[in-house]
Design a binder for this molecule. Structure first.
Ligand code: PMT
Length: 386
């Protein structure tokens, strides 16, 4: 029975040095006496929102603020459903709604319940809310079934908690990383311009990943409408030329440059200073090449690690590896932008990372998660991190 494992979990976490305070739903108290948890944790056990043990505080708010991490183990389909829908009708669900700290959920239930569409829907919604899950293991279940639904072993959960509180490795500490993101905007006249569908999400995710790996980040971005990340120096530009100038001014001191921006290849050759009046006839627009920033950086490269992107709609591998050579880049991150669920503007992306003699395809995933995995792979492949 999963709730007995919870007693063992409290014991192991306490032995590992954690200070554990236990909250129980009324149903849980029908399986295990709260005294068992009190003995293991050497702290009061909270079972009733209105049973205030310390009149100076409101218990569920105090606990919500006190915790560094809240683990719901075992988590029933009921508590998962309540949390996914913001229901706060007992000590556990009330505290979970009041906390801003990380919440981990370790489901334990019958295999058919775990596979029920409603439970899957609730888990997916909680994942999107930032809650993380400790997957149940497969095996013999208390209800007599065999399948996935067993609360993960207390030893495994304890190890996950210990890893979570390990000081994060910061492989990019002291390194300077320049990231370009978003589109550029090339003016036709004071009211018209050429641009593209880049939202900046991929580049911003790369900049945040570099920041979280300890780097000093300079983010150079074109016009976007998504929130600007914090914890980094930000240079906002409009045109390809301005982006080039901004990156060049930082290039000498950079250790890594990531070019996620969708830089215009062409701009109007003669941008008008006044609004071009429409006429009864067709009009042409003469375009000229912009500076190929990545190629220029490749030509000037001394110590920098140069990472380009490739937005292709066909023959992705051919074009991407071609850019790697032609632009003297160290890595190219290629994405097939012909599909609407990835690349420009999407939350997710599907990329293949190409190095000189390296290739790794990544499954479709959230751009933020992908950015971390891309950086970790690039750092490992280039020897910057162990
Ligand atoms: O911003 P999002 O909405 O999240 O979309 C992400 C993205 C699709 C824009 C991103 O994943 C991406 O593919 N960025 C590169 C887009 C692009 O310009 O690809 P490209 O194949 O045209 O250019 C190849 C490389 O050369 C890129 O690193 C680009 O930054 C660079 N380049 C291109 C033209 C130019 N004049 N100067 C450059 O430096």
């Amino acid at each position: 029975m999963a709730v007995y494992k919870a007693v063992a979990l409290v014991s192991k976490l306490t032995q590992a040095g954690a200070v554990v305070k236990v909250m129980m739903t009324e149903s849980a108290t029908k399986f295990v006496n709260p005294l068992s948890f009190q003995v293991m944790s050497k702290h009061d056990v909270y079972t009733d929102t209105f049973d205030e043990k310390d009149s100076n505080v409101i218990a569920h708010i105090d606990l919500a603020d006190w915790a560094d991490l809240i683990i719901v183990a075992p988590a029933t389909a009921n508590v998962i459903g309540k949390l996914a829908n913001g229901i706060a009708d007992n000590m556990v669900t009330t505290t979970l709604l009041a906390t801003t700290k990380p919440v981990w959920i370790a489901p334990a239930m019958n295999v058919h319940m775990y596979e029920h569409p409603a439970v899957i829907r609730n888990i997916d919604r909680l994942y999107k809310d930032g809650i993380r899950f400790i997957e149940p293991s497969a095996g013999f279940l208390a209800c007599g079934y065999v399948g996935k639904g067993r609360l993960e072993e207390p030893e495994k959960i304890t190890a996950l908690v210990a890893a979570f509180f390990q000081p994060k490795k910061l492989p990019l500490k002291g390194k300077k990383v320049i990231v370009s993101a978003g589109p550029t905007l090339e003016r036709i006249d004071p009211v018209r311009y050429l641009s593209n569908f880049s939202s900046g999400k991929m580049g911003f995710a790369m900049a945040e990943a570099a920041r979280d790996l300890g780097a000093d980040v300079v983010l150079v971005h074109g016009p976007v409408s998504i929130p600007i990340p914090n914890g980094m120096r930000v240079i906002s530009v409009e045109s390809a030329e301005q982006m080039y100038e901004a990156i060049l001014s930082e290039y000498d001191k950079a250790d890594i440059v990531v070019k996620a921006a969708a830089v215009a290849d062409y701009r109007p050759k003669h941008p008008a200073t006044q609004k071009i009046k429409k006429t009864s006839t067709d009009q042409g627009l003469e375009l000229e090449r912009t500076t190929d920033i990545l190629a220029s950086l490749g030509a000037k490269k001394t110590h920098q690690l140069l990472v380009g992107f490739a937005a292709e709609t066909n023959d992705v591998a051919t074009y991407a590896t071609g850019k790697l050579e032609k632009k003297n880049a160290d890595f190219i991150i290629a994405n097939d932008v012909s599909k609407t669920d990835r690349g420009f503007g999407s939350e997710q992306n599907t990329v293949t990372l190409y190095g000189r003699d390296f290739e790794r395809a990544f499954p479709s995933m959230d751009k933020k998660q992908l950015a971390v995995q891309l950086f970790e792979t690039i750092l490992t492949q280039s020897g910057v991190a162990e």
